[in-house]
Design a protein around this ligand. Structure first.
Ligand code: ZN
Length: 105
């Protein structure tokens, strides 16, 4: 599994980290491709999502078994949070079509 930045399904252009990060605000909604202007739907990339949850949750799990000091706990998160921040654009893919039917009211 190689981490890749999202690619527009319409024009095939790979987005930059910054563009991808901005599009995260529209998680589960659509966003516009900065290159071709087509609507792109943000769909979570499951292995990436799983890894993120694992990374975010692991100190909590370790906390149950290892006698962490509060400082150690905070230090662990001080390391993990920037990693999560940097890796967040890698955990989704773009689709030209809506990945699931819209929610009916
Ligand atoms: Zn495009």
């Amino acid at each position: 599994m190689k981490p890749v930045l999202p690619t527009c399904e319409s024009c095939g252009t790979q987005w930059t980290w910054k563009q991808s990060f901005k599009a995260l605000r529209g998680f589960y909604m659509h966003t516009q491709c900065p290159y071709c202007g087509e609507s792109q739907f943000v769909t979570p990339y499951k292995p990436g999502l799983f890894l993120t949850f694992f990374l975010a949750g692991s100190p909590l799990i370790m906390f149950l078994f290892i006698d962490f000091t509060e400082l150690g706990f905070l230090t662990t998160y001080a390391v993990i949070l920037p990693i999560l921040f940097i890796s967040s654009p890698y955990i989704y893919r773009l689709k030209s079509k809506e990945p699931r039917p819209p929610i009916e009211n």
